[in-house]
Design a protein around this ligand. Structure first.
Ligand SMILES: [Zn+2]
Length: 188
């Protein structure tokens, strides 16, 4: 049986639940693009089967932020995914803030191992700083999913260098996350 990875591309194309913006870039466009690329890498590997939360660039999930998040969790739970990976880009009022970080429901969960390996993979492929793994038990997609879940903040959309990399080299972000998943399952 293939390992089922549910990839949640954070945010909707439009409000409700649109993403952050910075440097002329929209978070929801970056998460959509990296998600499609990550799903393609996983689905080309017979060990995995991947599904996306957003299957076209203009697909809106839900009619409020709450129902948008519920739709993503329902997609993963009803499919009985083995892992839930939510893709996001960070934002800060400090434009020099840079790098990748990841959130899990609890640091004592096995998702913490996956999160560290994803950040190692991202750092290797993109050169962005690994800012570490943090517990965020209040995040809906982390607490409502019935499988281990990792939310990845791939880089800062408010940092010109990070935003440029995510826009013009999304494949490196997809491949970095993919390599982290392969390492987690002992396949790399
Ligand atoms: Zn986000």
């Amino acid at each position: 049986m293939a390992i089922r990875i549910f990839i949640d591309q954070g945010h909707n194309p439009q409000n409700p639940n649109a993403g952050a913006e910075g440097n002329g870039v929209r978070e929801q466009d970056i998460t959509y693009d990296v998600g499609v690329r990550l799903a393609a890498l996983l689905n080309a590997n017979p060990n995995f089967e991947a599904r996306l939360s957003r299957n076209s660039p203009d697909e809106q999930l839900g009619t409020s932020t709450t129902t948008s998040l519920q739709a993503r969790v329902y997609g993963a739970n009803s499919w009985r995914a083995d892992y839930f990976i939510s893709l996001h880009a960070n934002a800060s009022t400090i434009s020099t803030a840079s790098g990748s970080e990841a959130y899990v429901y609890s640091l004592s969960s096995i998702a913490t191992d996956m999160a560290h390996l994803i950040l190692d993979g991202l750092n290797y492929m993109t050169g962005l700083q690994n800012r570490g793994v943090f517990a965020r038990p209040t995040l809906y997609v982390l607490r409502a999913t019935s499988m281990p879940a990792v939310l990845v903040e791939m880089g800062y959309i408010t940092n010109p260098g990070d935003a440029y990399l995510m826009t013009y080299d999304p494949e490196s972000f997809a491949r970095g996350i993919y390599n982290g998943i392969l390492t987690y399952y002992g396949l790399l």
